[in-house]
Design a protein around this ligand. Sequence first.
Ligand code: UGA
Length: 436
Amino acid sequence: MKIAIIGLGFVGLSFAAVLGSKGYSVLGIDSDKKKISKIGSGKSLFYEPKLDETLKSALKKSLKVSSDIDLAVRQCDMVFVTVGTPESKEGYIDLTMMKQVVKEIGISLSKTNNKPVIVIKSTVVPRTTQDVVKPILEKNSRKKVGIGFGIAMNPEFLREGTAIYDTLNPHIVVIGSDDVVSANRVKKFYDELYKRKTQIIITNYQTAELIKYANNSFLATKISFINQIANICQSMPGTNIDDVAEVIGLDPRIGSLFLKAGPGYGGSCFPKDMKTMIAFSKKVGTDPVLLEAVQQTNTLQVNKIISLMKNMIGKFDGKKITILGLSFKEDSDDIRESVSIKLIRLLLRENAAITVHDPKAIENTKTIFKAKIRYSDSIRDALKDSQCAIIMTPWKQYKNLPNNDFQKMKRKFVIDTRRILKHENLAIKYNALGIG
Ligand code: UGA
């Protein structure tokens, strides 16, 4: 079986690397020639644990990369589309890349007798496959779905930071298709890949599309819920959000995952998907009161950090403040919608002198703040002369910081938004989100 993956961003590249490392004949396609050349030399464009090794092994075995969509459509049994669907100016999703790629696939289909299944893996709002993808493919190929080619919708659930593990061990595979033959071809591929150990759900296009948004919205809801309870804990001496989360998580109806209170969710998915889901909900005539509250709770969470800081050090004017952790989550260099970035912007407005540290995300952060803040490779240097340090990202490097690292702080104030620092024997004044 020959597989093509069009769009070598986070999802596409992880998928291509995993399939290639397992010996599948894979053609990774991207229009960006620079990207193709870097990937072809075994290097990804972002930091993701295990990705570079997996990619190198895939390239040695059976992964080829190219910019030629024609080749993919002519040769492959399945063509996965994993292009980005970023936020549009109107707060909806921007389908420009999707439409362009699908048009090119359609034109390529018109020139071949091959009948691949076109599998949409990008996150798209319900009815996009039916109302946008299908007509473009049929028009440009001058063929009918189910006869000249197949279409399936197959949402992705991998997380940044654990992309390779998640691709190898998904909790579920969802296949949306209106034609049984295509659905079964995709199912057969996944059954083989996961040796029939992963549950596969077959449904229609729009349900598959909605499942993806419902999944992300529910996870975002869990986070905002626990953050709100954490804020209640904050005002109640003697309570700790992690004790509460641990016990409610034991109720199987609630479940223990995604109950880690913190500075609010960030990243390229939850904030964008929540916005889109809210807009979509309004479009179909449903008032998204709950989703809006989840979003608002998330937006307001950064203010909790600011007020904790003000309680400790007063006005920020000219004071040196250290931010530990810039990426939106650990094991990633991604700073998209990261609350750290939002916090830095707010602090700069109040004239704080900011120094930042992050094991992987410094270079990305430089592109935003340039010389407006200081960057440090060493945690100890970042803390020197600081009046307050804020742990924003739960990198393992911040868990066991020794006393020495804090020695040269001007005032030894530490705010831990993730409650990861082992602080009991440290000579610091420790404050944490969610501990009263
Ligand atoms: C999320 C989903 O978890 C994936 O299933 C989905 O495929 C992906 O979006 C997507 O739509 O592409 P991701 O954004 O990579 O994955 O990372 P998460 O682990 O979900 O974390 C998102 C944010 O929530 C991070 O800022 C994280 O720190 C925060 N978070 C997560 C919490 O504050 N508390 C938690 O308990 C969990």
